[in-house]
Ligand binder design. Structure first.
Ligand SMILES: Cc1cc2nc3c(=O)[nH]c(=O)nc-3n(C[C@H](O)[C@H](O)[C@H](O)COP(=O)(O)OP(=O)(O)OC[C@H]3O[C@@H](n4cnc5c(N)ncnc54)[C@H](O)[C@@H]3O)c2cc1C
Length: 499
């Protein structure tokens, strides 16, 4: 079967790799000059930067993406990694001396002795959720079903709470609650919109200290986080290479304009240069709204699919500074990634973002040092620093092009709280705005990570009402992310071929 895939991001590549493995004729088109979409490395004035992902989940040995890659004979070298959090008036930065898997719980109790009971209650909930998660990773059996049901009973009482309700139930204190729910603001979600149980999965303790063992009672129990040695680009390169060595063709610098549909079935694509490519199956990705409105045509869908497209909410954009520096930022940081929050009011932060009001970094930002894991990304004696924050796709006052220099200076000034004298050590800078990402990802509205994880929201499904047309990628998965996109594309392939 001939399969035309639009987009060589991780979604398209994983679908393509499975198809190539099964002997199908794969043809992948991408508007950029290399594979990877937002995980491709950005090169600027002798420095290399991760455009998108910082920490990756599901990639360590035995984890789902590791196992997925193994099916193609791909094993990538990874380094366990973690992050620290700075709150407006306290921090959760690890000590040099390892203080055990629950050091954050103990530190919180020291900082907030009046909330001791709630903090302990939260960590019991966390342990119960980890047990539930662990059981879900075991092979299917009647015993597994029974164990899952018993484990679920322990957390059932929280199942109807939102993230806001659950965090306030435990902590009764916004300062602690925001430590656990701040990540939802990064996803452009108000904690009132997100299911509470999700808090345990967005706050794996192993994400905050890579020294925490992933094993319990001799078994792999907790998920770990990592950086791919040599950068995330290694991942799409390996998949593209697999496709090419299995008779697939990757065509870069090529834009697909439309999907060819006849009698309710996808049967090829039209390229921007006017040429037409016949295919037995077509796979799309990117922005669901753009893809179905422009390339497919809403008339070819049914009411259910059109309703989903109208109602689902993609995340907003990012404002990103990639800096070359001539000093070592790690002299001031305990991990290569800091999440710095500037407020405790996540409702206003999300609301403003949706209204197009940029916070100038005051609501929060991230600092990442890719050259810590990959010294070869920077010239000898130099380092790479990325500072970024979530930002509206469209500003309510002005354009990103007009404002970007002023906003860059503001963000650098704020980051000097963590990296003293940063502005005096900058040797190179590349600013990435929503406008740049729109062009790069071929989206009318830039959306950095996928879909806002709103409770009960439906995302555009992999299987579309057009026969032989499938949809993969960040906007088909809640909250997107490398692992979710790759596993989602695998699931889409299995649905397409009824495996
Ligand atoms: C700033 C940022 C930070 C992130 N941080 C993390 C993180 O820490 N951890 C994590 O797991 N994930 C993170 N992510 C998310 C993760 O990287 C993405 O969800 C995932 O890589 C998206 O893959 P994709 O295949 O859906 O899309 P993309 O990577 O966007 O790839 C789609 C490709 O298709 C091309 N394309 C689309 N339409 C057409 C067309 N019609 N013709 C030709 N080409 C087309 C696009 O140009 C693009 O190259 C981050 C993303 C960003 C941007």
């Amino acid at each position: 079967m001939k399969i035309a895939i639009i987009g060589a991001g991780l979604g398209g590549l994983v679908f393509g790799a499975y198809a190539a493995k099964d002997g199908h004729e794969v043809l992948i088109f991408d508007k950029n000059n290399k594979p990877g979409g937002v995980v491709a490395l950005l090169e600027h004035e002798g420095y290399k930067f991760e455009q998108g992902p910082l920490l990756l989940g599901d990639m360590l040995e035995g984890e789902p993406v590791y196992e997925l890659l193994k099916e193609f004979g791909i094993t990538l070298e990874t380094q366990r990694a973690d992050r620290d959090i700075i709150m407006p008036d306290y921090d959760m930065v690890k000590d040099d001396e390892y203080k055990g898997p629950y050091w954050r719980r103990e530190k919180l109790k020291e900082l907030f002795p009046e909330s001791k009971k709630g903090i302990d209650e939260y960590y019991r909930f966390y342990d119960d959720m980890m047990e539930l998660r662990y059981i879900s990773t075991l092979p299917d059996s009647m015993m597994k079903k029974l164990r899952l049901a018993i484990a679920f009973l322990k957390v059932k009482k929280y199942a109807n709470m939102t993230a806001e309700e659950l965090s306030m139930h435990f902590f009764k204190n916004k300062k602690i609650a925001t430590l656990f729910t701040g990540i939802f603001a990064d996803f452009c979600a108000d904690p009132n919109e997100v299911q509470g149980l999700g808090i345990a999965f967005t706050n794996f303790e192993t994400a905050f200290d890579k020294r925490i063992p992933l094993e319990k009672n001799g078994k792999k129990y907790y998920p770990g986080f990592c950086f791919i040695t040599g950068g995330c680009q290694k991942l799409p390169e390996a998949l593209a290479n697999y496709i090419e060595t299995h008779n697939g063709i990757t065509k870069y610098n090529t834009i697909v304009e439309k999907v060819k549909i006849e009698n309710g079935k996808a049967c090829g694509v039209y390229l921007q240069d006017g040429s037409e490519i016949e295919a037995d199956m077509v796979v799309g990705c990117g922005s669901g709204k753009d893809f179905f409105e422009n390339a497919v045509g809403l008339d070819n869908l049914d009411d259910t699919y059109r309703k989903i497209l109208r109602e689902y909410r993609p995340m907003e954009a990012v404002f990103m500074l990639h800096l070359g520096v001539d000093y070592d930022p790690m002299q001031y940081m305990k991990s290569s990634l800091y999440y710095c929050y500037g407020m405790y009011d996540l409702h206003s932060a999300t609301e403003n973002l949706r209204k197009g009001k940029y916070h100038g970094g005051k609501d929060g930002y991230l600092i990442f040092v890719p050259s810590y894991h990959a010294p070869e990304f920077a010239p000898e004696g130099k380092h790479c620093v990325t500072i970024y924050t979530v930002a509206p796709d469209q500003l309510c006052d002005g354009t990103w092009e007009e404002k970007k220099r002023e906003y860059a200076d503001e963000l650098i000034k704020l980051a000097e709280k963590q990296l003293p004298d940063l502005s005096k050590h900058i040797t190179g800078m590349k600013i990435m705005t929503a406008e740049d990402y729109r062009t790069y990802t071929h989206m009318r509205k830039s959306s950095f990570g996928g879909v806002v994880p709103i409770w009960n929201q439906q995302n555009p499904p992999h299987v579309t009402p057009v026969r032989s047309l499938y949809f993969v990628g960040q906007q088909s998965e809640n909250a997107g992310g490398v692992g979710a996109v790759m596993l989602g594309a695998k699931a889409a392939y299995e649905k397409a071929f009824k495996k």
